[in-house]
Design a protein around this ligand. Structure first.
Ligand SMILES: [Fe+2]
Length: 389
């Protein structure tokens, strides 16, 4: 429907105005070009009428559609096409009712660039050697002190899948406040903000002092928690280091070294379940979730919580082989980083990307934490970035 007919590798200079250069009606499509930008954008007239930015067609604040899509004639065609406002706007008068529609040049350019779909964020995949002991870190005061600081910290989490906040007051309240700078704390069966020590009251391994292998949380949740915050409030003992693994890096290793394993893990939906505490949750995710472009979307891996399912014999064998390989890789020293979370250092990580685990410990440990939804983190980052444009 909307297509670039020339490869567009150019991008506007940040802050530069995007202006239209030409418009014509050709082959039943409206074709435009932009000044100083390569490529041609082609748009169906019906699509254009549906996306008019005229005041009677689009709410300028909420961007909600006010057009009655289903009353647009299927054979709608332009009477006149014009570039106005010095190139900032395309204006069309329609043949059938002489009404006028307008579109900003920037809007058309963005649609022509990506069809209106967000592409995966710029990410730096890492393993132990790439991280080299230098973890993405900012001071708590800078994160809570300004929107620019928060934007920078969330940007680190987006890029690396985790970041640390040093100098965070070791209290539940400060941890909650830091989480709420991003979005609201997610309520789950474990409550909102957690505060746990070794506690066998909950039927989950996270509440015991034994080692926990790398995993993602909420494989049994349809909307697995997007982000997780940890803050160790007290520790008096030995062991207990936290481990992190970049799941996308491991997936990329598989993609380049074992296509069959990668294909199985990205195609087979693996059911997982959680029983206890009065609930029975169940959901399915591939271990390596991909988006519409084939970019990494979500890692979902917790072998303890995998629910029974069966595939045809050859596929089942292939799955088990691939799963064993994935498990070996996420447990390999070359992909793992370790850190001791001391009181004052909060960790925020992307639970759709970064696997976490913990070494066994002895002594007393009090950790608090929170889940945040993927969409709320994404929303906050969009708002912070839009404010700077
Ligand atoms: Fe966990």
């Amino acid at each position: 429907m909307v297509a670039m007919i020339a490869e567009n590798t150019g991008a506007p200079t940040p802050g530069a105005e995007i202006l239209l250069e030409s418009v014509r009606f050709v082959d039943a499509e409206v074709e435009v070009t932009w000044k100083h930008l390569p490529g041609v954008g082609r748009f169906l007239p019906f699509w254009l009428r549906d996306h008019s930015h005229a005041s009677d067609s689009l709410n300028p604040d909420t961007l909600q559609r006010q057009v009655d899509t289903f009353s647009i004639p299927v054979d709608i065609a332009p009477r006149t096409l014009e570039i106005i406002d010095g190139g900032r706007t395309l204006s069309i008068v329609w043949q059938h009712d002489a009404s006028v529609s307008v579109w900003p040049a920037r809007f058309l350019w963005q649609i022509a660039r990506d069809d209106g779909r967000e592409t995966a964020a710029h990410r730096s995949l890492w393993d132990r050697a790439a991280m080299d002991g230098h973890f993405p870190t900012m001071a708590h005061a800078d994160i809570v002190g300004s929107d620019a600081g928060l934007k920078a910290w969330l940007g680190l989490v987006e890029r690396y899948g985790f970041a640390l906040a040093t100098g965070t007051p070791p209290t539940l309240e400060a941890t909650a406040a830091l989480a709420r700078r991003i979005g609201y704390v997610r309520e789950t069966i474990f409550g909102g903000l957690w505060d746990f020590t070794a506690n066998l009251a909950f039927q989950d391994t996270a509440y015991t002092p034994v080692a926990i292998g790398p995993h993602t949380d909420g494989t049994y949740s349809i909307d697995s928690p997007g982000y997780q915050m940890f803050h160790c409030l007290e520790f008096n003992g030995t062991g207990g280091e936290s481990t992190l693994v970049d799941g996308f890096r491991v997936a990329e290793h598989l993609r380049t070294t074992d296509r069959e394993a990668f294909e199985v893990l990205s195609q087979v939906a693996v059911p997982a379940h959680y029983l206890g505490d009065g609930v029975h949750l169940k959901a399915e995710h591939p271990v390596i979730g991909l988006d519409h472009n084939g970019d990494y979307r979500q890692i979902a891996y917790n072998n303890y919580d995998r629910a029974p399912f069966r595939l045809p014999p050859a596929r089942m064998q292939s799955f088990y082989r691939a799963l064993a390989l994935f498990d070996r890789l996420v447990n390999a020293a070359e992909f793992e980083i370790t850190m001791r979370l001391a009181p004052g250092t909060a960790l925020l990580f992307d639970n759709w990307r970064t696997l976490h685990g913990r070494r066994a410990y002895q002594g007393f440990r009090r950790l608090c934490g929170a889940y945040l939804n993927k969409e709320d983190f994404d929303s906050k980052l969009r708002v912070l970035r839009a404010a700077e444009e």
